[in-house]
Design a protein around this ligand. Structure first.
Ligand code: NAD
Ligand code: 3DD
Length: 474
């Protein structure tokens, strides 16, 4: 028997402090005002309860904004259970507020890896030992647990190995413990499972890899690549929340410093933009010639990490890749250089190798802020243990941009629940992207220009049904 905390199917919630519920509730009420996309969906669908019968498990940062998403899914008729998708990203007052309404939440800021997978497993188990029939995923951990669990119930040898990385070690331990109590929970769950909607780039990569190698066990919707998600959340959300995380953690002056942003995709663009807006000199590192050209033509220096080591004051990884900042890099950085990651997982910076260095001393400055002192006396400041800094050291993106992302999530859940889909990865139609954008325009001082039918015909915009000005959305 593994010495792991057992799953308690009767446990209604586990949060840091349920007494924080009132504080969380007030923040949720304020967030609703900034989340018109979700509130509009409650108005549109709340009466018909289109998600009635759905058992939705969420594995997504348990923040105030996610609380508004959760309560929207409940208003649409679903039964919902939730865990966070990162050990540092829970806002304890949001978790408490949701738990206080009777929605099962298993999440707190500062989970160990064993606790993290305990929380994920708890959130997967609905009353009557039933599994979910829908998942809202962010990074793919819930989807991965479901599929690895189903594989292991068929062939236990599939989890008979010692993984390398810490979180996979904890996952395999948890799966082994679950299989000692049941050998058909995952198999039965997959049988009834309608699918998963995936929030983020890295999770989407995992889904496409499974689709390509034929191991995807259910339909999935790539929410990340909806324009009103990735071109907003990943860029405009990061543009503000990266700075929020760095400054809450270090109080460092950004103006005048040299910042190095690794990766110039949607998140890297937002990161570079935010750092430049605060007056830092920004260099970008890239592997992709097109993104590198974009960076250069937006006025950023495009160099390698090695070239920036003598100058860099702040390093941000935003690649979704691994080992982008190595121990050797950190060994040769300026004294007190700040190193952080805003990618989904914790392997963009070689933290495990840094921790393994016996000649490097670690000093905890405050929660999620650690100083690593090298033999030559210089040190680097690592934020959130190499996990995403905007949610580990701050509270993530603001509500208005998350309203766009989460409106797409709700529509993806409706599509999975209502449509007959194959075991492959889908994207949402452009018309939904436009609908999400239109909903949010009302909240800002925007007046759209309307085209005449002649103009629409001239640029080849198809007019569905009788001409109405609002048909022309360009
Ligand atoms: P993206 O694919 O658009 O961009 C990644 C970029 O990194 C690409 O341009 C790629 O060429 C580049 N890259 C890859 N390996 C590199 C390397 N070794 N060195 C330099 N550049 C490299 O992805 P994205 O949407 O920008 O997301 C990046 C990461 O951020 C993902 O893990 C995603 O899940 C995560 N994310 C985090 C948040 C957050 O709030 N923290 C929000 C959205 C996405
Ligand atoms: N993410 C950033 N801020 C968030 C918030 N306030 N609540 C929930 C999730 C939040 C992460 C998202 O950007 C997610 O879409 C991602 O990682 O791609």
């Amino acid at each position: 028997m593994t010495n792991l905390e057992p799953i308690d199917a009767n446990l209604k919630y586990k949060v840091k402090d349920i007494e924080l519920a009132a504080e969380g509730r007030m923040q949720i009420e304020l967030a609703e005002h900034e989340m018109p996309g979700l509130m509009e969906l409650r108005k549109k669908y709340g009466k018909d309860k289109p998600l009635k019968g759905a058992r939705i498990m969420g594995s997504l940062h348990m923040t105030v904004q996610t609380a508004v998403l959760i309560e929207t899914l409940v208003v649409l008729g679903a039964d919902v259970q939730w865990a966070s998708c990162n050990i540092y990203s829970t806002q304890d007052e949001a978790a408490a507020a949701i738990a206080a309404t009777g929605i099962p939440v298993f999440a707190w800021k500062g989970e160990t890896l064993d606790e993290y997978w305990w929380c994920t497993a708890q959130a997967l188990i609905f009353p009557g030992q039933k599994g979910p029939n829908l998942v809202v995923d962010d990074g793919g951990d819930a989807s991965m647990m479901l599929m690895m669990g189903a594989d292991a119930e068929k062939d236990p040898s599939t989890i008979d190995y010692v993984p390398e990385a810490g979180d996979e070690i904890a996952l395999v331990k948890r799966l082994k413990a679950m299989l000692e109590n049941s050998n058909d929970f995952f198999t039965n769950t997959i049988k009834e499972f309608k699918g998963a909607s995936e929030e983020t780039t890295t999770g989407v990569h995992r889904l496409y890899q499974r689709e390509a190698n034929g191991t995807l066990m259910f339909p999935a919707i790539n929410v990340n690549d909806s324009v009103t998600k990735s071109k907003f959340d990943n860029t405009y959300g990061v543009r503000e929340s990266l700075i929020d995380g760095i400054k809450r953690a270090t109080d460092v002056m950004i103006a005048g410093k040299t910042a190095v942003v690794c990766g110039f995709g949607d998140v890297g663009k937002g990161s570079a933009d935010g750092l430049r807006a605060y007056g830092s000199k920004v260099a970008v590192t890239e592997i992709d010639p097109i993104c590198a050209l974009q960076a250069a033509m937006q006025g950023y220096a495009v160099k390698t990490v090695e070239q920036m080591l003598p100058k860099g004051d702040i390093y941000v990884t935003a690649t979704g890749n691994k080992a982008v900042i190595t121990v050797e890099h950190m060994e040769n950085m300026k004294d007190k250089a700040i190193v952080c990651n805003i990618g989904h997982f914790d392997n963009e910076i070689e933290v495990e190798k840094l921790e393994a260095r016996k000649d490097v001393k670690k000093r905890n400055i405050k929660a999620q802020v650690d100083e690593y002192i090298f033999p030559d006396g210089h040190s680097i400041i690592l934020l959130a243990g190499g996990r995403l800094v905007n949610l580990g050291c701050a509270t993530g993106h603001s509500s208005f941009v998350m309203s766009n992302s989460f409106a797409n999530q709700v529509m993806a859940q409706l599509m999975l629940w209502n449509d007959k889909l194959e075991q492959k990865v889908y994207r949402l139609p452009k018309s939904l992207d436009e609908e999400v954008a239109l909903t949010h325009l009302k909240h800002l001082d925007v007046d759209l220009t309307k085209m005449s039918p002649g103009q629409a015909k001239y640029i080849g915009i198809p007019v569905e049904g009788p001409y109405k000005p609002e048909h022309y959305r360009y």
